[in-house]
Each structure stands twice: as C-alpha cells, then as structure tokens.
Write a protein that binds this ligand. Structure first.
Ligand SMILES: *Cc1c(COP(=O)(O)O)cnc(C)c1O
Length: 352
C-alpha cells in the first residue's frame, strides 16, 4: 500500500446522466436550472459547471463569490437565489450579469434606487415562512412598480419529497392564486428535485434542481450517487464472543468475529453517531459498521468477507451504494453529508 488516504471520487458522467433523466421528467417548455450552491453540493463547482454547461439552461447559487466563479466559465443564466443585501454587491452582481432574487423590501429598495428592473426573480412566501414576500406585500409592489415589467415569480416548497404532505397543496394554491393576479407574461418557478419528481406538472418555466443531480434524492432508483467516499482497511483482527469494540464498548460480539479498522473517522466528515449495522461495501460485499466512529478511524464487521486485507477499500457510499442508505439509517440528510466531507479527504474528480 502507498500512503493511506481517504478519497472522495466524483464522477461527472453520473451527474450528466442524472441531469438527462431529470430533464426527461419535466415539460419540454421548462428551462433547467442546475442548483450548485455550496460548491455544487460538495462536487467541485467549476469542474461541474464545465462538464454540464451544454445540457443545462442556467445555474443557481447563494453566494456572490460562487456566482462570479461560474460567470468566468459560463455565459448561461446565473441566479443569485437569495439576492444581495448592499449597494456594492448589487453593482457587482450587475457587472457579472447575474439574475437576482428579491425576497424582501430591503432588497427591493436597492432595486428602486438603481431603477434596474431586468433579470429579477421575486420570491413569495407560500408557507415556508423563511424568505419571500407575503401576498399583499407583493401585490402592493407589483401594482406600483412591476405591472409592466417582465420578471419571474418564484417560491420554494417545504416538503416536496413527501407527496402527500398537505403543505404541498397549500403552497401550490397560494402560488397559483397570486400568479393568476399578475399579467400573463411573467415566468414562474417553484420546482426543486422533489417537486419535479412528485408534481411534474408544476415544472412551469424554470425548474431549480439540486440534490437529484447528485443522486441524493430518496425514492428514485434512476438517480445514482455521483460521489464515492472510500478509505482503506489499516488493520484486521479476530475477537472472541463477549468482547467489545470501540469507545464505550458500544458494539458487543455475540460470536467470534473479524473486525476491520478503516482509515476514516469523524475528522474526515463521517458523522460520529453512525449506528452499528450501517452498511458499507468492501470488495463488492456488504459489511456493517461495528463500534462507534472515532476521530480518525472506524470499525467494520468483516466476519463474512473471506477475501479482504489491509489496503482494500471500504466504501461508505458510491454509485453502487446510494448515499441515501447511510443517511436514512442514521437520521441524516444527503445534502448535509455531501458537503461535510473534510478537506483532508483527497478529492479526485474523474475525467468525463
Ligand atoms: C437548494 C435550493 C433548490 C434545490 O433544491 P433540491 O431539493 O436540492 O433540488 C431550489 N431552490 C432553492 C431556492 C434552493 O435554495
């Protein structure tokens, strides 16, 4: 074995396949915005943009710095999904031809002051109560300033991945009710990944798709996890019935067992509270976490894997072992797990 390292492999071909599949789920008339905030959910922003630019219609991010990085390599639409909060940032956004979300009056004041009404997305609150204008507040602004302007009306769903959740119906109703009061040339956007899969008829003019692109959406087997977290075995030992493994002796051997110690711990971003029994993959065989995750290592039950040795990789998630496996069995969400992998894990972005 060369020097032991944990690796995060990123496969752009899978990101592309996921995008093409997701595009096949929406109306032809809707535009596809790839949401790549937070370093494209941990997949290396500029590389992802370079590799998907020909199959998307635009990008959505939250941080101005990220939008500017994208503008250097793409001429497509770039939406700053929470807008800007100062005159300076407004000017900078203008210089880079960014689309801006306006979600409150403070932001709208900046627009009024500069009298620039192009490439704006007005966010309305349909029930999430986080960002966005309430209906009356928006209609006041609309009547005074926007009734002859082109813009996109947007909102965001709070439970799009749970189709039966009543909030979806309520949010669609509020969105439709308000948009029907506006002139017919406005564009509309409410759909994230869960929405286009569960309510494809709501894809409207722009869909804003993030987690599905990276294969972290639960409940669709077409979408594959585009990143692999893998780390080598650095020790293997036999233990007897009645022995315990790891901190606090959480894992108790009920029979003779073979335990592999893996070079990956919570300092690499593996959540420390991962449960015993969580599935990982070694040499294409399933194995289970056995013992609490430590700072630099974790331990896996490899009793049933006859062929494994020091240097073999343990995969925590991969295209063949969905990230949703580890997240659903541990009360985690894929969004968070994708972006929490630490920089000491070597990121390897594969060629397309
Ligand atoms: C992150 C985000 C999205 C994408 O949501 P996914 O569930 O990852 O598809 C869409 N719209 C807004 C405003 C977002 O912040």
């Amino acid at each position: 074995m060369t020097r032991a390292t944990s690796e995060l492999l990123i496969e752009p071909s899978i990101i592309r396949d996921n995008i093409l599949y997701l595009k096949s789920c929406i109306k032809n008339s809707s535009n596809f915005m790839a949401i790549i905030k937070s370093d494209s959910y941990g997949h290396i922003l500029q590389n992802v943009v370079r590799d998907i630019d020909d199959i998307v219609d635009g990008y959505g991010v939250v941080r101005l710095e990220e939008a500017i990085k994208i503008r250097k390599i793409s001429s497509k639409k770039i939406l700053l999904m929470q807008g800007v909060y100062s005159e300076e940032d407004f000017k900078e956004a203008q210089e880079h031809s960014l689309d801006l979300v306006i979600h409150n009056k403070h932001q709208f004041e900046i627009i009024k002051l500069n009298n620039v009404f192009t490439n704006l997305w007005f966010k309305i609150n349909t029930g999430m109560n986080r960002l966005g204008f309430d209906e009356d507040e928006f209609l006041d602004i609309y009547d005074s300033f926007l009734s002859d302007k082109k813009f996109t009306l947007m909102s965001h769903l709070s439970a799009s991945n749970v189709p039966d959740n009543q909030s979806n119906k309520n949010q669609f109703e509020r969105f439709d009710k308000l948009s029907n009061k506006l002139h017919p040339d406005i564009l509309r956007s409410i759909a994230n990944t869960g929405c286009i899969l569960n309510f494809p008829e709501k894809s409207f003019d722009w869909v804003r798709v993030g987690i599905g692109i990276f294969g972290g959406y639960i409940g669709n087997s077409e979408l594959k996890t585009a990143m692999t977290l893998r780390s080598p075995i650095i020790n293997i030992r036999k233990i007897q019935q009645g022995e315990r493994v790891g901190y606090d002796g959480r894992a108790l051997a009920e029979k003779e067992m073979k335990i592999a110690t893996i070079y990956c711990g919570y300092a690499d971003g593996l959540p420390h509270h991962i449960k015993d029994g969580t599935q990982v993959m070694i040499n294409s065989h399933m194995a289970n976490i056995f013992g609490k995750v430590s700072m630099d290592v974790c331990t896996v039950d490899v009793t049933d894997i006859s062929e494994c040795k020091i240097g073999d990789y343990c995969e925590f998630f991969s295209p063949d072992l969905s990230i949703n496996n580890i997240t659903s069995s541990n009360n985690l969400i894929s969004y968070d797990l994708m972006i929490r992998i630490k920089s000491r894990v070597k990121r390897i972005y594969k060629n397309l």
